[in-house]
Design a protein around this ligand. Structure first.
Ligand code: ADP
Ligand code: ZN
Length: 730
């Protein structure tokens, strides 16, 4: 199969996204690659498809031992031959996997780096045909990153030991220094770099001033309609995690704690529930979530400031991997700054590291103080330019109070320039305020033109201004050097007076202003849509439980949503829904068609494409499922017998038969035993109703006080519609 065919038939997707196709072609040709793609961007296909095409097994290196089994299950659901090897397997399980490997029965093998590095395993690989190495979460190789894993640095032996096997490094977060580390440590100097951009347009960013964090969190959850959603709440300390989880529970939310101080089993259990159930809120320290690939996390809330913008981006990035709307919400206060500063001062790290950490802290503070689009700033931090404000963050949706800081910014920028672009914020503020300390005298900066020109602002205001300049990308900080500020290209128009700059005013307690935000609701579901959505989710959960896998490996939310919107009636129609590949269609297609059929029977066909008056519905074609029922009925089986044989509810069978009636293939009287007057009475009642009520049948059902059940009404309705449609026949 070609990569396009695999995409369609195995994964059920119609088109490649962004760079996927180029990356796959590059790897298929034996090339090496560094892939930077945001979470949810579709990195996995970039190695999974080549793994299926290239001969031999693809080795995927990942630090996420606890999630490997789910990743493997997800692949197996697509009918892909995958397995994993890590310390969590029993000896027998490991032996079985080795056997499969030896027999060439695997296309993908997930391994932990420490497992890969054992001499025995390396020797084993020497004699195995290898398709490629995929190094997932590649930023773990870098000390600058926030997830440094020493085992990852040993991967540098791969190019020496397996020089002909293509290597593919993938990550969602890597700033400049981290990217350089990945290339150096993994020997990817020849690799082609694919940068897909970092934007996560479906995530709505919001930062509020912290007052009463608990109640603010509760308001957020309720106002945004997160009842029933899965989400993550991050706190800095273990104690706070326990408290918030307990408190949310008392408020009627299903919240579970997760932190490194907990009993290992309990922690694992909570993570499992989060992955396996639909609406669990995990309250966690940052120990939780590295690579959590649950696609339908609908919100990430921070009750404390993360240590860096990368951490923030990574943590918030766990929301909305499925591409559907999601919230990233943070309550931030000055106490956070004090706490992090303390944590930094106490840290054992060397000076260079501390300098880097401090800079990172300043960047995230700047982000909190943004007056302009947060997404633009976040992307700028990763070196990406978003030309227009996003319209999907709080500052875009609800502009903040500002002051014209153009002149202050010009003074600050000139001061950076006059002192040689080598000094940090503290020093620059001292110069602006005209302080004469030893260092300033030594460098002769008490004689530069910007000395003492900033006395109209306080020290705090200058600090805030500098942070905003950093966050806005007007100056950059030399992280690897001495944290000196340097002017960037963006500073020019400001210095020349071609651009005005507005700075955020001192943050005042925010008035409660709930209704300004509209719910970032997924799609516009009607009430009946919601009922169908829940029914589909229930079916998915039932199938997942039966196999002990997370529900999303059966179908993603986005796939179920498409089912709600498109209302497929046949397996063929279902196959058109994104995410329904051949294998899943075979395994689960009928299960979901049944749910869809049941729904139509109960509520009528209320889908947008079918909500039309019956007369315009010219050629009804029996669904595959209805065809089978019809055949059985013609053979003389009763409704109950067919239902038992097909493991369907009798109501579904009636629904199929009503389709046949509407098509003119069956007479009403062949299906139900009612007196002529009764049929007329039902028909009259139907005809009195507007079209929607004819569709839902509810008011007709009520009019008879529930005397006729929906199956009967539906058949009579089909009979009626048949006559309306073809009056000439009568
Ligand atoms: P990443 O590893 O980059 O975070 P994944 O590989 O898990 O992202 O993909 C994110 C989601 O997007 C998954 O649900 C995946 O099935 C889906 N996806 C990936 N590629 C495509 C595509 N070409 N068309 C539709 N959906 C896709
Ligand atoms: Zn914005």
């Amino acid at each position: 199969m070609t990569s396009q065919e695999i995409l369609r038939n195995v994964f059920g997707y119609q088109h490649f996204r962004g760079e996927q196709e180029n990356i796959i072609q590059h790897v298929l040709a034996g090339g090496e690659a560094l892939v930077l793609m945001p979470t949810g961007g579709g990195k996995s296909l970039c190695y999974q498809i080549p793994a299926l095409i290239r001969p031999g097994v693809a080795v995927v290196i990942s630090p996420l031992i606890s999630l490997m089994q789910d990743q493997v299950s997800a692949l197996q659901q697509f009918g892909i031959r995958a397995a994993c090897l890590n310390s969590s397997l029993t000896r027998d399980q490991a032996r079985a996997v080795s056997g499969q490997l030896r027999q060439g029965e695997l296309d993908l093998l997930y391994v932990a780096p420490e497992k890969l590095m054992t001499p025995r395993f390396l020797e084993f690989l020497d004699t195995t045909q290898l398709a490629l190495f995929a190094i997932d979460e590649a930023h773990c190789v870098s000390q600058w990153g926030h997830d440094f894993r020493p085992e990852y640095t040993q991967l540098s032996i791969l190019p020496q030991r397996f020089p002909t096997i293509p290597r593919l490094a993938l990550t969602a977060t890597a700033d400049g220094p981290t990217q350089r580390d990945i290339i150096a440590h993994l020997g990817l100097q020849q690799a082609k770099v694919f940068i897909a951009g970092f934007d996560r347009p479906n995530i709505r960013y919001r930062v509020i001033q912290k007052q009463n964090a608990r109640h603010q969190l509760l308001n957020f959850l309720t106002d945004e309609g997160h009842r029933g959603d899965a989400g993550i709440v991050y706190c800095l300390s273990r104690k706070k995690v326990d408290e918030i989880a307990a408190w949310l529970t008392t408020q009627g939310w299903l919240a579970l704690p997760y932190h490194a101080g907990m009993d290992k089993e309990e922690r694992k259990h909570n993570q499992m529930r989060f992955l396996r159930e639909e609406s669990v809120i995990i309250v966690a320290t940052i120990a939780f979530g590295m690579g959590i690939d649950k696609p339908n996390v609908r919100f990430v809330a921070h009750l404390d400031l993360p240590k860096s913008l990368e951490a923030y981006y990574q943590e918030t990035g766990r929301a909305g991997r499925d591409g559907l709307p999601a919230n990233a919400w943070m309550a931030y206060g000055l106490q956070d700054v004090v706490m992090l500063q303390k944590w930094l001062d106490r840290s054992e790290a060397d000076e260079q590291h501390k300098r880097i950490e401090r800079h990172k802290l300043e960047s995230i503070l700047g982000y909190c103080e943004m007056t302009t689009c947060r997404r633009q700033a976040l992307l700028a931090y990763f070196g990406e330019h978003l030309p227009n404000p996003c319209g999907n963050c709080d500052t875009c949706l609800e502009p903040v109070a500002t002051w014209d800081g153009t002149e202050a910014a010009q003074k600050a920028l000139s001061c950076v320039y006059r002192t040689g672009q080598r000094f940090g914020v503290h020093y620059l503020v001292d110069v602006l305020l005209g302080k004469t300390n030893e260092r300033i005298k030594m460098f002769g900066h008490d004689r530069v033109s910007t000395f003492g020109i900033g006395k109209e602002l306080s020290m705090e205001q200058w600090h805030s201004a500098f942070r905003q300049l950093i966050a806005g990308g007007f100056v950059t900080v030399d992280i690897e050097g001495y944290r000196g500020l340097q002017l960037s290209e963006n500073a020019r128009p400001l210095l020349r007076g071609e651009q005005r700059l507005y700075l955020r005013k001192d943050i005042k307690p925010q008035k409660k202003n709930q209704n300004k935000y509209s719910r970032s609701s997924r799609v516009s579901f009607t009430d009946t849509d919601k009922i169908l959505w829940e029914a589909l989710r229930e079916k998915r959960m039932e199938l997942a439980l039966a196999q002990n896998v997370p529900p999303y490996v059966i179908f993603h939310d986005s796939t179920l949503e498409e089912m709600v919107l498109k209302r497929p009636h046949t397996l063929k129609e279902l196959a058109q829904i994104p995410g329904v590949g051949t294998r899943k269609l075979e395994r689960y297609g009928q299960n979901f068609i049944n749910v869809l059929d049941e729904h139509v029977l109960q509520y009528g066909d209320t889908s947008p494409t079918n909500a039309v008056t019956p007369t315009s519905n010219e050629d009804i074609i029996l669904s595959d499922s209805a065809e089978i029922t019809f055949e059985a009925f013609k053979q003389g089986l009763t409704v109950e017998q067919i239902a038992a044989q097909r493991e369907l509810k009798p109501s579904t069978i009636y629904d199929h038969l009503s389709q046949a009636i509407e098509e003119g293939q069956l007479e009403l009287r062949q299906v139900i035993k009612l007196k002529e007057e009764e049929i007329h009475e039902i028909e009259d009642t139907l005809l009195e109703r507007p079209a929607e009520e004819q569709h839902t049948l509810k008011s007709v059902f009520d009019a008879f006080g529930g005397m006729y059940d929906y199956s009967i009404l539906k058949c009579v309705r089909s009979h009626l519609w048949r006559q309306v449609k073809e009056p000439a026949n009568r």
